[in-house]
Design a protein around this ligand. Structure first.
Ligand SMILES: [Zn+2]
Ligand SMILES: [Zn+2]
Ligand SMILES: [Zn+2]
Length: 253
């Protein structure tokens, strides 16, 4: 399995519109972060996690030529609003794309993207997708996907464990039952917004490091960082087995 980071930024993306701070004006490509998403290559299948507003740009930039399935973490705009761009893939592949999500996420997607599910629009430039609701572990192309519930304000969010890999973006707290599902990982991807101050729905870097200290995965990549997090300087301060992810990073699991 290979994981390609399509985006590692928080909801604004980095650079943030009109911001002239050190990170937003940095020429280091690792300080440029699209909205958070990963592409997981399972054999010859591409499984996308979330469809953020940067999806079109990400697909072109990283030469993604097919999407065989999508996993949704939650419905915040920075994880969902590129859904319409799935039509480039469904029309190219001449097939409907299975999109796995929780029942709550499914209801929200049907509301926000109502036109996608209206029969009269079939075939007229809309993405061909099928929402498949999960209520427990499910199979995607022969891989068991384990949804891991985490707490992110009032919005229901799931991370995903696949074998020895887990991906958790937007999260303030991991319940005890979910922590138990994240033991013995080779690679953990975990959201970390900034050093300080604390945020009510996202973990800061120190809070994420506390989780890492408890779970002790082989390697951890932090994601969903905001523009106060400078790549090189931050990596220097992190423990050896924890690094910031960056757009374009490929991790083999
Ligand atoms: Zn987010
Ligand atoms: Zn900035
Ligand atoms: Zn969110």
């Amino acid at each position: 399995m290979e994981v390609l980071f399509l985006g590692t930024g928080t909801s604004h993306g980095i650079p943030k519109i009109a911001c002239k701070c050190e990170v937003c004006t940095s020429t280091d490509s690792k300080n440029k972060r699209d909205r958070a998403s990963v592409l997981i290559q399972m054999g010859d299948k591409n499984v996308l996690v979330d469809t953020g507003p940067d999806l079109r740009h990400q697909a072109i930039r990283w030469d993604v030529d097919r999407v065989d399935a999508v996993l949704y973490t939650h419905t915040h705009a920075d994880h969902l609003f590129g859904l319409d761009d799935l039509r480039a893939f469904s029309s190219r592949q001449q097939s409907s794309i299975p999109c796995y999500c929780s029942p709550k996420t499914s209801a929200r997607i049907r509301h926000v993207f109502d036109y996608v599910f209206q029969l009269q629009h079939l075939g007229f430039g809309i993405p061909q997708i099928q929402l498949i609701e999960f209520t427990g572990p499910f199979d995607v192309f022969g891989n068991e996907i384990v949804p891991v519930h985490v707490i992110h304000g009032k919005t229901e969010v799931f991370g995903f464990r696949i074998g020895k890999f887990a991906y958790i973006t937007d999260c303030k707290e991991i319940p005890v039952t979910s922590m138990a599902m994240l033991e013995d990982l080779d690679v953990l991807v975990l959201g970390a917004l900034r050093w300080e101050p604390e945020h009510w729905i996202h973990m800061t870097i120190p809070e994420s490091l506390d989780v890492v200290a408890e779970l002790r995965p082989g390697k951890t990549y932090l994601t969903h960082m905001m523009h106060t997090v400078e790549h090189t300087e931050t990596n220097r301060k992190l423990p050896e087995n924890v690094q910031l992810a960056y757009d374009g990073l490929v991790v083999k699991v």
